[in-house]
Design a protein around this ligand. Sequence first.
Ligand code: DOR
Length: 364
Amino acid sequence: MSSLTEISVSSPADFHVHLRQGPMSSLVTPHVREGGFSLAYVMPNLKPPITTTEQALAYKHDLEKIDPSVHYLMTLYLSPELTPDEIRKAKRAGIVGVKSYPRGVTTNSDGGIESYEVYYPVFEAMQEVDMVLNLHGEVPSDASANVHILNAEPTFLPHLFALHAAFPRLRIVLEHATTRAAIEAVKSCGNTVGCTITPHHLALTVDDWAGQALNFCKPVAKYPDDRQALRQVIKEGHPRFFLGSDSAPHPSHAKTTCATDHGCAAGIYTSPILLPLVTDLLDSFGALDKVDGFVSRFGREFYKVEEVAPALRDGGDGGVVLRQVPPERLQDNRVPERYVSANGQEDVIPFWAGRGIRWEIVKQ
Ligand SMILES: O=C1C[C@@H](C(=O)O)NC(=O)N1
């Protein structure tokens, strides 16, 4: 625990967030700002997935209609429809990255990829125009090869090395890393390879999701030693490791009633509490002085995006100020039990529902 009771975070950026579509999007998109963030790197795993420039621009327009004060960076879903020409078009339209989902590993990944090599011409074009490749770093479970959700990430890492070797100038982000092996793998790569870390993976281990569907996400949280490696790399202030919340809202019934063949929906919802949550967690393991780098600077540097959203600029220095909540007020600073849409039809249970957070935003 630090003795600091107030900190300022220069320009918070969430480099991995799910903002959904329709009524759910109307409910969750304003939570980006509520959580202290002015930049959202938006995932494309909608139904149907965002595979073209037009779709991505229309989606961005929808998000801006809901909350124009956030800077949305858009991505495309890697699929056979994506050609080198579409990549060049996307780049001209300001689309920043392409997300790859191996088939079947997580929410809306049925159209995901089965081989990386077939996409080499696409990656070549991305390298040429300087777009970012975002990797969901798991391989599908395969009982015959002893691949399962606990070793799916380490088993994926040879793909990361192969892609980096084939395209050394292509910026690649290994998303939501959960293992010591992944941290070491990214560190061993060159400067074009970065890595996002979620707050929930800084908090949870296997014991916290086994039997507790609300804590179930993909990739699943791993062992205490893995969590320690995630915390350690943040404490080091390593500039290629930065925040991507993977905040992934699901209707509460999809989390709490596991009636489908696939079990409960995978995803943990953190957007509305994100900055206080991250600050609380980093404070808990002695990394309060690393909040600004992890949340603001490192990701922006990797992605080459500097500016803050206009609404924040107007507010003065653009920084978001957080204050420590004294123990006697902790009960008043509890995470809501659920968020419900205006028409009452959508509801989402957030991470740490009902629990007090030891930091609060006092200016943004
Ligand atoms: O990669 C992902 C996708 C996300 C979602 O719900 O979209 N949920 C997850 O837990 N992991």
